[in-house]
Write a protein that binds this ligand. Sequence first.
Ligand code: IMP
Ligand code: ZN
Length: 357
Amino acid sequence: MEWCLSMPKVELHAHLNGSIRDSTLLELTEGLIGKGVIDISEVEHIIKKYNRSVAEVFKLFDLIHILTTDHKTVTRITREVIEDFASENVVYLELRTTPKRNDSVGMTKRSYVEAVIKGLRSITSVDVDFVPRCEDSKSLFSSVPAIGHVRKRIYVRLLLSIDRRETAEAAMETVKLALEMRPFGVVGIDLSGNPNIGDWATYLPALKFAREQGLYVTLHCGEVPNSVEIKNMLDFRPQRIGHACHLEDEHWRQLKSSKIPVEICLTSNIRTLTIRSIDVHHFGELYKEKHPLVLCTDDSGVFSTSLTEEYKYAADSFGLGRREMFELSRNAIEYTFADSKVKEDLRNFFNSVAKKY
Ligand code: IMP
Ligand code: ZN
């Protein structure tokens, strides 16, 4: 565990509100007791439950959203989540979040994203690079010596999520917002939300537009069996997909020949019973076949995990040695949505510490 903790890591599939600290969730919940906003007895068992079904997970998200949707809390959670990832030596984080409107506190999708960016700016305990750099500026890892540097350093880039509950217009609004927010580190679009609702055709115009405008796209794909949608998603050729749990033979062939990188979230898939047991998880086969893969947490708060634990879980379950874990982590650089300068900096950094691993 110590070793996995110390290894530099790349996180590409983390939902902001799903990565909330337990202590913060509890504090926010307690703050609402007696205010008539939520009935604690109705949600307590879901908060405390370990193996939540997909439906229960989304119930929990509804609760989290009630608790977190004001600007101050969004800023706080962003800060804490980044501090937490940095503390376990995540050196590049792509954080995704669904821009939300909350009229009761004057929140628009734009002001929500601004609150996230405020959170990024407010971090003082860690060196954070979140704004694309100009040509001649120093890179995060080359600007100070790797050895003897005690402060953690982390690149953070943002993805804006389209929720499957949203309309085509709302999805387009999110894409336009992402384009506007590019100077503040927004690099792409994610499609997520309850996989049992919504229709692929609704999001397609927005996703196409995002791609035409040069945003990267990643899709939650195959969380539930849905043959037609999975095929449509693979035909779209996103730059990455998340999960890929319920693919059929024909989908596997398409995925493997397309070489679309897969964001693998082991604990999430097992806890939500999306995959029946770890020994039949598709990570094993894809890893053996050298398909592009990246280990991710999905929702470290909701699933009580960390990227360190995900690496340990993969190592224990599929017999990966230290060198293999290091290479898995290093390979993830190539699947980031970062620009070439950031990738180069990360490659150099991994090279500089490779001997230790
Ligand atoms: P947020 O976008 O920062 O509010 O993060 C939580 C949201 O991410 C949830 O409400 C879902 O829309 C999405 N999400 C988190 N985990 C999953 C998942 O496993 N599948 C699909 N969507 C998810
Ligand atoms: Zn996810």
